[in-house]
Design a protein around this ligand. Structure first.
Ligand code: DC
Length: 218
């Protein structure tokens, strides 16, 4: 089987930036698992599904069709031949994605998609349950952690670049609310996977985190 590098952690811990850098440094495909939950949420909202109604969300998400296409060093997601882009990164999606991703049927679909991805090549996957549920047997599992204030600062800067103006306090409240739902849900809660290497990124640069990961894998 192809190599699977798992990077889990809370929002703003640096998973995405780190996983992209790992993908470049090690020449493996970057896989963003959160984007798949965002796509489910976006499609459900577009269809007018009440995201607090788990049964309705489960029934709807069964019909969502996504194509997986290798583009450069990443696995891209297409719906009817088009990538969703920043349409899945709005504050509205942020507010609805945790309840949608807590629905077990939705998790089963996304987990199945993720388990098919090694067929495309070696991969680095970032998410919340990659090392604990999706690939618990991978020898390359990492958990990134970070102080909440630093996470809010990073996420606000990132969102501002996309044109979303929010205070740091608002961003922090949204991050902590999502952490709470993500960590307390019954199915595949966010947690440090048993046996994973935990890295606190609060005072580390991306290069330092990537170097630590590369060293552990070598
Ligand atoms: O990493 P992100 O912010 O794009 O993730 C969006 C949401 O999806 C997040 O609130 C938790 C959920 N998620 C998950 O439950 N499991 C994953 N493997 C990835 C994301």
């Amino acid at each position: 089987m192809n190599k699977v590098i798992c990077i889990d952690g809370p929002a703003g811990s640096g998973k995405s930036t780190t996983a992209r850098a790992v993908s470049e440094k090690l020449g493996v495909l970057f896989v963003d698992s959160g984007a798949l939950y965002r796509i489910m949420t976006w499609q459900a909202l577009e269809a007018g599904v009440d995201t607090s109604d788990a049964a309705a969300v489960a029934a709807f998400c069964k019909g969502v069709k996504v194509d997986f296409v290798v583009k450069g060093n990443r696995v891209a997601y297409e719906l009817n031949g088009e990538e969703p882009g920043d349409r899945i990164r709005t504050p509205q999606i942020n507010a609805h994605v945790s309840p949608v991703s807590a629905v077990p049927e939705v998790r089963a679909i996304v987990t199945k998609w993720l388990r098919n991805m090694p067929a495309l090549g070696d991969i680095v996957v970032e998410g919340r349950d990659i090392g604990s549920v999706v690939y618990p047997d991978s020898p390359h599992r990492f958990y990134l952690d970070c102080d909440p204030d630093e996470r809010a600062r990073r996420r606000r800067k990132e969102d501002a670049g996309k044109g979303f103006v929010q205070t740091e306090a608002e961003v922090k409240a949204s991050l902590l609310a999502r952490d709470k739902i993500d960590s307390s849900r019954a199915t595949a809660p966010l947690k440090v996977p048993e046996g994973a290497i935990r890295i606190d990124t609060t005072r580390l640069t991306v290069d330092e985190v990537v170097a630590e990961i590369a060293k552990a894998i070598a």
